[in-house]
Design a protein around this ligand. Structure first.
Ligand code: SAH
Length: 239
C-alpha cells in the first residue's frame, strides 16, 4: 500500500500508534485531498522513519490516523550545513527548499556586510523546509536557524567543522573543495558578494577553504545548489 499523500506530523510514530491530526492537517487530508476512512497517508516526523498510516476517523476539523507499517527507516543526511545570506523572499524560499532536497543537516541564514534583509521569518522558512521534505521523500527535516551575524558565527565557530567558503573573487580560478571528510558547512554570500574585510577574515581561518564555483558568477540561489552538488558528490551521500 503506497499512499499518495505524504505528511510531516509532530507526533510519535510506531506500530499501531494513533496520530491525532491538527485542524489544518484534517482540512488538508479530508477537505482538500478528499481522503476518507480507510485511505492511507505516508507520515514522518523527522525521527521515527516513514509510516503508512490508515485514516481511522475523518472529520472537518479533526481526525485520527493509525500507523500500520513502516515504509522507510529514519535516515539523516550527511553532516553538512548550508550558511547563506538571505536575499529576496522568493529566492530565499528557493534556497531553503533546494537545500532540503539536496540533503543538509542544518540551514543557517547569515547576515553579512552586504546582506539587505535585517530580519527573516524563521517560522516561514522552517515551514518551507517541512514542505520540501514532504515533497522529496526525506525522513529528516533540517532545522532553519535564526538570522545570525557572520561575525558572531565565526567567533563562536567550532573549528572541527570545516567551512567551504564560496568566494566569487575566485571566479574562473582554481579553488577546489578539499577531499577531507568530517563535518562541513558551505557558505554562500549575498547578491553583493562578500566585503574585503569578510574575505580577509575567512581566508585567515585554518578551518575555512575558499572555493571556486567555476568560470561564471552564479546567483546566490544557483551557487547554493551548485556547491551542495559538489559537496554531495565529493564528500556526501551521492557516492
Ligand atoms: N556581486 C558579486 C557576486 C555575488 S554572487 C560579484 O559580482 O562579484 C553570490 C554568491 O554566490 C557569492 O557571494 C558566492 O558565495 C557565490 N558564488 C557565485 N559565483 C561564484 C563562483 N564562480 N565561485 C565561487 N562562489 C561563487
Amino acid at each position: 500500500m503506497s499512499a499518495k499523500v505524504r505528511l510531516f506530523v509532530d507526533q510519535p510514530l510506531g506500530a499501531a500508534q494513533p496520530v491525532p491530526l491538527t485542524r489544518e492537517q484534517a482540512h488538508y487530508l479530508f477537505g482538500v485531498m478528499r481522503l476518507d476512512v480507510g485511505a492511507f497517508v505516508a507520515l514522518f516526523n523527522g525521527t521515527d522513519g516513514e509510516w503508512q498510516a490508515e485514516v481511522a476517523e475523518a472529520g472537518k476539523r479533526k481526525g485520527i490516523l493509525v500507523c500500520r507499517t513502516q515504509s522507510k527507516p529514519q535516515s539523516v543526511p550527511p553532516d553538512v550545513w548550508l550558511l547563506f545570506a538571505p536575499i529576496k523572499k522568493a529566492r530565499t524560499d528557493f534556497i531553503v527548499e533546494k537545500a532540503v532536497e539536496m540533503g543538509v543537516r542544518r540551514i543557517v541564514p547569515v547576515q553579512t556586510a552586504f546582506t539587505n534583509s535585517e530580519r527573516i521569518r524563521q517560522d516561514r522558512l522552517q515551514a518551507h523546509a517541512v514542505e520540501a521534505a514532504e515533497q522529496c521523500g526525506a525522513t529528516f527535516v533540517p532545522e532553519v536557524g535564526d538570522l545570525t551575524k557572520l561575525d558572531r558565527l565565526l567567533t563562536n565557530w567550532d573549528s572541527t567543522r570545516q567551512i567551504a567558503f564560496c568566494d566569487e573573487s575566485l571566479v574562473g580560478e582554481t579553488g577546489r573543495l578539499p577531499d577531507a571528510p568530517g563535518p562541513w558547512a558551505i557558505l554562500i554570500g549575498p547578491e553583493g558578494g562578500f566585503s574585503e574585510a569578510e574575505r580577509t577574515r575567512l581566508r585567515a581561518l585554518d578551518h575555512a577553504t575558499p572555493i571556486s564555483l567555476g568560470p561564471r558568477i552564479l546567483r546566490a540561489d544557483t551557487a547554493a545548489v551548485a556547491a551542495l552538488t559538489l559537496w554531495q558528490t565529493t564528500l556526501g551521500d551521492w557516492a
